[in-house]
Design a protein around this ligand. Sequence first.
Ligand code: ADP
Length: 156
Amino acid sequence: SAAGAAMKGALRYHSVTVSEVMTPLINVFMLSADERLGFDVVAKIFKTGYSRIPVYEVSKSNIVGLLFVKDLIFLDPEDEIPVKNFTHIFGRGLHFVWADDNLGDVLKLLKSGRSHMAVVQDVNQGDGRDPFYEVKGIITLEDILELIIGDEIIDE
Ligand code: ADP
């Protein structure tokens, strides 16, 4: 039954890892902190339909905060204000998780925060060099719910 299948999905997500359901970095729509919120950029943001946009400095693997698209109601694109002025900095709700964390823990974390989005990182062992942290993508509550509901659809 659908209810039974959803129940199975709901139980299974505990052992599934973040990397299996995250949105990989290459598919994440981000903005540079230095970019200016003129007409073109704002139009591009609205076109994506996303409600939260990760903001990076220097390179896309250095995410420094989030831009909430709803904040742009107050924006006049003629002012060409830099993205950084609209960026919510970490500590106010953005989390980091590991690519191999299981979804049970991440669900708990995402429910406790306010942004409902986490940055996924992993340790890159390098080749002979010192290991370093690498951003792999993002994960939201939606990605976890999709796993649970997707199981139900496949089972039918
Ligand atoms: P939204 O509220 O913006 O639609 P959701 O949390 O509902 O975002 O997530 C829907 C899907 O979009 C998820 O797979 C999530 O990983 C992905 N997602 C969310 N924000 C972005 C973004 N800025 N760039 C790329 N993918 C995103």
